[in-house]
Write a protein that binds this ligand. Structure first.
Ligand SMILES: NC(=O)c1ccc[n+]([C@@H]2O[C@H](COP(=O)([O-])OP(=O)(O)OC[C@H]3O[C@@H](n4cnc5c(N)ncnc54)[C@H](O)[C@@H]3O)[C@@H](O)[C@H]2O)c1
Length: 358
């Protein structure tokens, strides 16, 4: 049954973009019925701008609102876990920004809380909803691409001292991690989406761009379960910001060079076939495929469909767990100069987090 879901948005930094791009583009599916932020002036301004009357500085007031179906959490990473658990205990559905939480132990706690609730949790990973990424996924899933061979992925962005004026972004305790957890997490998730799970990795991390606690450069050599090999490189010190990905399959090379990142309007994705015959089949497959809208609009649209049809969410706690498994292995590898096999198990020294280890 289709109905309008009432949403409360909590945290009005990126939360404003969720409203503008995710809910205002889907007004037949969602009503933003309440807003919450610790900053009362920000709250008042957003209420006036988006025409929302119910404004709260206390999160628990939002959790107690009977008519709210979905709580969309857009606060800093270290606040997410408690908020998600409180929302699930109240039977609410949750949409939450990345990184969801800071350890595999935490995500396993969320999986347990979700299993006891009528609510479900969807992590935000809006890069999957890029037009080109959707087409790439369609071509790969249809079998046309053939065997995956190698991939490279660069997240080369620029962040100066002004980015760290929000104190939480500098520290392990506030951000839960640096570029691996907060920026490259999107591209890494896209790699899992297109190539499947990771078998092992070797990672190096460093803090070389800004004077902060968390890492702002990383380089990872990845072996995927499908047999393909990938290399990822991430920095917050690239004078020209770009996100680049290149995937070599037996029958097609897929590549994008998106500036500043994969969310850029008309981010270019190219599909280079091994022959005219394969090119024809790819053209045919894409002609019959309509990707969902890009970014938050598409992810929220699919969320709405899944909740109304009682089908699995487009992204789940399982997807967030995959990102955390990767990050846990990468931090352990960086710390110990060793190759790490995935999945990371509960008896691993970093299962409960790595934030005190650096
Ligand atoms: N998906 C993306 O592309 C994307 C982009 C940017 C940020 N993010 C993620 O979104 C989250 C927020 O990042 P941001 O850059 O918007 O941060 P921000 O600091 O700009 O905004 C966070 C807001 O949350 C409010 N807040 C903090 N604690 C609160 C609480 N307990 N109750 C109510 N409000 C509270 C703050 O007052 C602030 O206005 C982070 O997890 C970040 O990694 C995702």
């Amino acid at each position: 049954m289709t109905r309008t879901l009432k949403v409360a948005v909590v945290g009005l930094g990126i939360g404003r973009n969720h409203i503008q791009n995710g809910y205002r583009t889907n007004t037949d599916r969602f009503e933003v019925a309440a807003l919450c932020d610790l900053d009362a002036s920000l709250l008042k301004a957003a209420g006036a701008e988006f025409g929302v009357e119910r404004l709260e500085t206390d999160y628990l007031e939002i959790v107690g609102m009977d008519d709210i179906d979905v709580i969309d959490i857009c606060t800093p990473p270290a606040t997410h876990k408690k908020m998600i658990i409180a929302a699930l205990q109240a039977g609410k559905h949750v949409i939450c920004e990345k990184p969801l939480v800071g350890s595999l132990a935490d995500i396993d706690e969320l999986l347990d809380a979700e299993s006891r609730s009528s609510g479900h949790v969807m992590p935000i990973m809006q890069y999957r909803y890029n037009d080109g990424a959707q087409k790439a996924h369609h071509i790969i899933a249809s079998g046309l691409a053939g065997r995956p061979l190698v991939a490279t992925c660069e997240v080369h962005w620029l962040r100066g001292a002004d980015y760290y004026e929000k104190d939480w972004r500098k520290s392990w305790s506030g951000a839960l991690g640096g570029i691996l957890m907060n920026q490259a997490i999107h591209a890494n998730d896209l790699m899992f989406y297109l190539l499947g799970p990771v078998r092992s990795l070797f990672a190096r991390t460093a803090t070389r761009v800004n004077r902060v606690e968390v890492e702002d450069c990383a380089s990872i050599s990845v072996e995927l379960e499908c047999g393909a090999l990938a290399t990822t490189s991430a920095t917050l010190g690239s004078v020209e910001a770009l996100s680049r990905m290149r995937l070599c399959f037996e029958n097609v090379t897929i590549e994008t060079d998106s500036r500043p990142d994969f969310t850029a309007d008309k981010a270019p994705w190219r599909f280079v076939p091994s022959s005219a015959a394969i090119g024809g089949k790819i053209d045919e497959a894409l002609a019959g495929f309509t990707p969902p809208p890009s970014g938050f609009a598409g992810q929220m649209q699919d969320f709405h469909k899944a909740i109304c049809n009682k089908t699995p969410l487009p992204l789940t706690l399982g997807d967030a767990r995959q990102s955390l498994d990767f990050a846990t292995a990468a931090y352990w590898s960086a710390k110990t100069y060793s190759a790490v096999a995935l999945p990371v198990l509960p008896d691993h020294p970093f299962y409960n987090g790595w934030q005190n280890a650096f």
